[in-house]
Design a protein around this ligand. Structure first.
Ligand SMILES: [Zn+2]
Ligand SMILES: [Zn+2]
Length: 194
């Protein structure tokens, strides 16, 4: 302990109360009561917070529904197609003429296509609204989600998280604010909430 035992925060003269236990490696920097978060120096606390936000965003992304849910409109679409197909088969069975069968089949196909397109669009709209809503509580989430979604079907989830790192850093910046005293208080609050 012959080295300079002072808080690692530049210019801080507060009494040292402990030594950083490190996050994802050794650290050993000293800290005062203000510049510490659960036994971590501000740097390590920030890295821990980044990891926690990334994990939180990843889990949130996974919870957002993917496909078209079996909702009322989806059931209606299926029913319409079924009735059209049934009518086509009936007409064919009673021998009313092949032309009518073709017309009904075409109608069923058109109805199916239009309804599926509409369902897909409304699903996308709901997804967008949901992501925007989450983004208000979790800064940079929409950016993260877009990156994650692009890579979701590939094995390179880590790459997606790398791309999304900018969003996470933005979230951390938003969480910690501008002044350094504020930094620590907000990191501490954020970590407590996690
Ligand atoms: Zn300090
Ligand atoms: Zn540290």
């Amino acid at each position: 302990m012959s080295m300079n035992v002072a808080c690692s925060q530049p210019g801080c003269a507060n009494p040292v109360i402990g030594q950083c236990m490190g996050y994802g490696g050794n650290c050993g920097r000293f800290y005062c009561a203000i510049h510490s978060v659960h036994g971590l120096c501000p740097d390590c606390a920030k890295r821990k917070l980044e990891d926690e936000i990334r994990e939180d965003y990843l889990q949130t992304s996974q919870q957002i529904p993917k496909g078209v849910a079996l909702s009322g409109p989806a059931v209606t679409a299926g029913l319409v197609v079924f009735i059209c197909a049934l009518a086509a088969v009936t007409i064919w069975a009673i021998g009313a003429g092949t032309l009518w069968v073709w017309i009904l089949c075409a109608l069923a196909w058109v109805a199916y296509t239009v309804l599926m397109a509409w369902l897909g669009a409304s699903q996308k709209k709901r997804e967008k609204a949901l992501v925007a809503e989450i983004d208000r509580a979790k800064p940079g989430f929409s950016q993260f989600y877009v990156a994650w979604k692009k890579k979701r079907n590939k094995e390179a989830t880590a790459v997606a998280l790398g791309i999304a790192a900018a969003a996470v850093v933005g979230a951390v910046a938003a969480a910690v604010g501008s002044s350094q005293e504020d930094d620590i208080r907000r990191i501490r609050e954020k970590v407590d909430r996690l």
